[in-house]
Design a protein around this ligand. Structure first.
Ligand code: ADP
Ligand code: ZN
Ligand code: MG
Length: 450
């Protein structure tokens, strides 16, 4: 392994808001993207028409960025500390940015929304709020402004990582933690600029790899870059990651912040966040995944492995908590972590994308628990809970377990009559034939025979 590897990240994530940052256009969620035509949610502001002016910045976006900052243990810069957040214009000339600048609360001399945090052993240098440019396809020349003006969070770490694995693990934890505050669109993934250096000289010489768009590619880029710098040394430059070849390529010598000609935007008000608001947001901050895990183990007496599975997904764990209000946790556990996840996986859906109500799930488990129906029958009903669940009371009529010996005998006889070959096989001692017959009996009884 290379010595003195340092890696620092600038991570971008989409904030979940109803509207864009400086106009009232709908902010589409990433999961809805496929169904939406390019340039549907646009207006003169987010298309950068000459003469258009931004509206007041979206308060929801500001609240969410403060939540993120607090979740990552940063100090928020408040009015009481005489800190004002100034919207800067960061200039560059690119087809995805027709107004010629990006609005951002970052850059030379600016006060970031928050700074000096720590998350999972990596120090957070600062957190910014900025707008996303449009998306531009250099091959077709088409530009889609649906994305233009969406609020983005930028999280800048200190160079505290020393391997690709470190970075990957940390990013996964970050995405999970931020999904708990429902502040960042986890389906949109993250984009990051990744800074890598080798050697003791601190800071000056490092390579910045721009705009890598998945954890997998971040891992590949870091690994490639460490190996490359070991051979070629570390120079200050900007590179990009080429997905095809798995290599990083030189784009340009590092740009200086002067190149962006940052100036305060005269069309946007300075933001002052009050300490009182920060305190209120702090008090309502949801649990972290770690806290949730602890609670599952302590309160519900769930083994650590299952608790980890549950806490990896906020929707699932909240669903489980709802269900265990009524059903003992140990009984509910396999039904959630095995059966529910099985059904979702089979349908290639997340819990968010279907409409399975905890009360219907509870009804189902109660029916199993009070021996009204067999587990097999319950699993069958659960299968039909996608796309939406229903009250099973209706279904339960005539779906109860059959325990009456006579009735079961009758069904067995039917199975025997229908399958003479299986009986012959069984007589020859073929064990599979017995399993087959048992299957037939379950089918004939509509999975009700016990
Ligand atoms: P810029 O504004 O040029 O992008 P910053 O000083 O804001 O530069 O730092 C950006 C990122 O570079 C931060 O994530 C930081 O952790 C990282 N970084 C700083 N020094 C080093 C280094 N020696 N090796 C790797 N990354 C570094
Ligand atoms: Zn708009
Ligand atoms: Mg940078």
């Amino acid at each position: 392994m290379a010595k003195d590897v340092k890696i620092g990240l600038e991570v971008h994530g989409y904030l979940i808001t109803k509207e864009k940052l400086f106009c009232r256009c709908r902010a589409i969620r990433h999961s809805a993207k496929e169904n939406i035509k390019p340039n549907t949610f646009v207006c003169p502001i987010c298309c950068g028409y000459p003469g258009s002016k931004p509206m007041l910045p979206n308060a929801e976006a500001i609240k969410k960025i403060v939540q993120i900052a607090l979740m990552l243990k940063c100090k928020v810069n408040t009015a009481e500390q005489k800190k004002s957040l100034v919207w800067q214009r960061k200039h560059y000339n690119w087809p995805d940015l027709p107004k010629g600048y990006q609005n951002t609360i970052s850059g030379a001399y600016s006060v970031p929304v928050a700074e000096n945090g720590i998350f999972e052993n990596a120090r957070i240098r600062e957190i910014h709020l900025e707008e996303d440019p449009a998306s531009w396809n250099p091959e077709t020349g088409c530009i889609d402004y649906n994305r233009s003006g969406l609020p983005l969070a930028e999280i800048v770490t200190e160079p505290d990582f020393c391997s690709a694995e470190d970075v990957v693990e940390w990013l996964k934890q970050l995405i999970l933690t931020l999904s708990y505050i429902k502040a960042v669109d986890k389906n949109a993934g993250i984009k990051a600029d990744v800074n890598v250096s080798i050697g003791k000289k601190s800071g000056a010489e490092r390579v910045e790899i721009k705009n890598i768009n998945s954890i997998e590619n971040i891992k590949k880029a870091v690994e490639f870059e460490i190996a490359r710098q070991e051979k070629e040394g570390t120079l200050r430059e900007t590179r990009r990651f080429d997905e095809q070849s798995g290599k990083t390529m030189k784009m340009r010598e590092k740009e200086e912040s002067a190149d962006y000609r940052f100036i305060p935007d005269p069309d946007l008000p300075v933001i002052k966040i009050s300490g009182k608001v920060v305190k209120e947001i702090m008090e309502r901050l949801p649990e972290t995944p770690q806290e949730k895990l602890q609670k599952l183990v302590k309160k519900h007496k769930i083994d650590k492995k299952s608790a980890e599975v549950l806490s990896k997904n906020l929707e699932i764990v909240e669903f489980f908590e709802d269900v265990s209000e009524k059903i003992p946790a140990d009984f509910a556990l396999p039904w959630v972590v095995v059966e529910l996840l099985r059904v979702l996986n089979w349908n290639k859906k997340t819990l968010e994308e279907v409409d399975i109500k905890p009360e219907h799930f509870i009804e189902l488990l109660e029916a199993v628990k009070n021996k009204g129906i067999t587990e097999l029958k319950a699993k069958q009903i659960l299968n039909s809970f996608v796309p939406s669940s229903f009250s099973i009371k209706q279904k339960l009529k005539g779906a109860g377990r059959i325990t009456d010996k006579k009735e079961i005998e009758k069904i067995c006889k039917q199975a025997i009559e229908k399958n003479p070959q299986a009986i012959l096989d069984l007589k020859e001692g073929k064990q599979e034939a017995l399993n087959f017959l048992l299957g037939e009996i379950m089918k004939l009884s509509q999975r009700r025979a016990d």
